[in-house]
Design a binder for this molecule. Structure first.
Ligand code: FMN
Length: 402
């Protein structure tokens, strides 16, 4: 994955959210990043170097290493050269002021000044501090240096007050870091992605649906966002909350999904139809709760609209459409090939729904990609995150990226 083997310097400042920094470090480790940590003097009042040393098995640099380093080591230039990316979590108002001024009194700021690494800064503080013009001016100045500053989230703060100032969730911070270091090969592309199941209501409370979780579609949306695309995620009811940075259009039924897809496809470059859209819906939906007063019950089902066929009708010359097929074992490639032709797709991604570790609900997937030109790509079993990345590679080879 994109962070595997990447050399990341994690800078931790003296804010109350410093206790969340080890979680960020753990997540980065899981993604395969190679880590070094610098704590500011303020950070040491909140959390000890030992916590980070125990987690990453490396010496953690503190302010006392700066002007009294081990012989032969110049920490700020050494660390500055080491880092491919620098992540500051949390960044305090005082750190922002030092960086905006280019004040190299702290090891962390000196390291940033002495580095060509990309820098992501995640401020967290009391909402009045964050809103203060001095802090905002420093943030603007820092952005002007080419560093990325992730705006804090809103909500209850450690001081008991509420407002913007919270550190964003650890997973969100790591996603922004991934985006910072990812190739921007989908920059300027408008990508529409569908995900999850649809629900076709029988009565007020009951519906027909399927086992789709939406994980594959959301992984694709996240990968495309990471690689610079402008993403719209159209999704049915998901089994989890997608990341907040994705632009979302929630829908419920197949009919609603069709309308949303046709609206957003108009000016899109690429459509990825990863949703598991219901093929049938009840002919009628009762506006009350169906009573259990009959020994048997028959439902009359009618076909839902075929979204890919509707898209085919309006597809322009530069637009690429990728379908997904959930098929059983041996029929996988035959059925995928048939769907590719029938629906006029550019690519089809087929996965086997008979296996536990692929397809619906699983965290992993293994897919076969077929292209209109006859190219076949098999992506072996991997996390849906990784498979999503590889699907985008295949789309790029087909002319979908930049
Ligand atoms: C209990 C407590 C919590 C604090 N939380 C924050 C905070 O969340 N954000 C912030 O910018 N400063 C916070 N401060 C102020 C910083 O700790 C102070 O500005 C310190 O000098 C920052 O050091 P550093 O930027 O070198 O890490 C807090 C101070 C205390 C005593």
């Amino acid at each position: 994955m994109i962070l595997t083997g990447k050399r990341i310097l994690l800078g931790v400042c003296g804010g109350i959210a410093a206790y969340k920094a080890p979680n960020v470090l753990r997540l980065l480790q899981k993604k395969g990043a190679v880590l070094r940590v610098v704590l500011t003097l303020g950070a040491e009042a909140f959390i000890t170097p030992l916590t980070f040393e125990a987690l990453c098995g490396e010496k953690v640099f503190t302010q006392s290493d700066f002007l009294a380093p081990p012989p032969g080591l110049i920490p700020h230039t050494e660390l500055g050269r080491f880092a491919e990316a620098i992540l500051v979590v949390p960044a305090t108002a005082s750190f922002l002021a030092s960086l905006a001024q280019g004040d190299a009194q702290s090891l962390l700021v000196a390291t940033i000044l002495a580095s060509q690494a990309r820098v992501l800064i995640c401020p967290a503080m009391n909402h009045l501090m964050w809103a203060h013009p001095a802090v905002q001016e420093n943030v603007e100045k820092i952005k002007g240096f080419g560093y990325e500053v992730l705006s804090p989230g809103e909500g209850e703060l450690a001081c008991g007050e509420a407002g913007p100032g919270r550190l964003p969730p650890e997973e969100v911070i790591v996603s922004y870091l991934e985006r910072l270091v990812a190739p921007k090969d989908f920059e300027g592309k408008k990508v529409v992605i569908t995900a999850g199941p649809t629900r076709e209501f029988i009565d007020l409370v009951r519906f027909l649906s399927n086992r789709s979780s939406g994980k594959m579609g959301v992984a694709l949306a996240q990968a495309a966002w990471c690689r610079g695309a402008e993403v719209t995620l159209i999704h049915g009811p998901l089994s989890f909350t997608p990341p907040p940075f994705l632009k979302r259009v929630p829908v419920t039924s197949a009919e609603e999904m069709k309308e949303a897809v046709l609206t957003h496809f108009k000016d899109a470059d690429l459509l990825l139809m990863a949703a598991a859209v219901a093929d049938y819906r009840p002919e009628k939906t009762l506006s009350c709760k169906l009573k259990k007063d009959q020994p048997t019950l028959s439902l009359c089902l009618v076909r839902t609209p075929d979204i890919l066929l509707a898209v085919r009708e309006v597809k322009g010359p530069g637009q690429l459409v990728v379908g997904f097929a959930a098929e059983e074992g041996e029929r996988l490639s035959v059925e995928a090939e048939r769907k590719l032709r029938e629906k006029g797709l550019d690519l089809i991604v087929a996965n086997d729904i008979t296996r536990e570790d692929t397809g619906f609900e699983a965290d992993t997937n293994e897919v076969l990609i077929l292209s209109r030109s006859g190219r076949q790509t098999r992506i072996p079993l991997a996390s849906k995150e990784e498979v999503a990345w590889r699907i985008l590679d295949a789309i790029k080879e087909c002319g979908g990226g930049r």
